[in-house]
Write a protein that binds this ligand. Sequence first.
Ligand code: 6GU
Length: 231
Amino acid sequence: MKPLRIDILTLFPQLVRAVLDESIPRIAREKGAVEYHLANFRDFAKGVHQSVDDRPYGGGAGMVLKPEPVFACVRHVLAQDTRPAHLVLLTPQGRRFDQQAAIELSGKQRLLMLCGRYEGFDERIRQGFAWDEISIGDYVLSGGELAALVITDAVVRLLPGVLGEDGSAEEDSFNLGPHGRLLEYPQYTRPVEFEGMKVPEVLQSGNHALIAKWREEQARKRTKERRPDLL
Ligand code: 6GU
């Protein structure tokens, strides 16, 4: 299988690179499951100041991302590969990102993510391409970079071979694991007693049927207490 190609268009490629160079995003790349390409749309801005933003028509606070450098950068990046790209625009106005969306995006051949800054995008950026507009939650970030990294992390860990074949991804909270859409059960490792807190006897019993039953009960209890909306 060809690696998933992820293009991230950002004014802060070093910020993005720093995260992709660690932990699971890095391992995913080293295993050949994904390739990352960063582009800075400031490189496509004209004039000595290479401005990427300007004041909003009609007045108001803040600055707006100009269409020209973004269009030029998106077109340049798209032309670097013939695979069809799924275009993601990071914006708090987008559909809410969740595990289902991560699964969906992990099935694409290529993702192109545009990270905005400032108060917004010129509306013609929206109109110019068939964006999948995505938000990672109801709060305001200063730019799309952290959202693009959240999505990248959630997606690449789902790619075949990245987490190993032990079902780690399947058993995570929110994935359709052995207990359905439930939060994870409590986990323990050695020592068997730490500062007076003991590992439950059942987990030391070696009785796999009993352990599975206990874990399912715990997952249900935890979900009921913390996230009843999932039940
Ligand atoms: Cl995708 N972008 C920004 N700027 N803020 C956000 C967001 C995205 N998702 C939640 N808040």
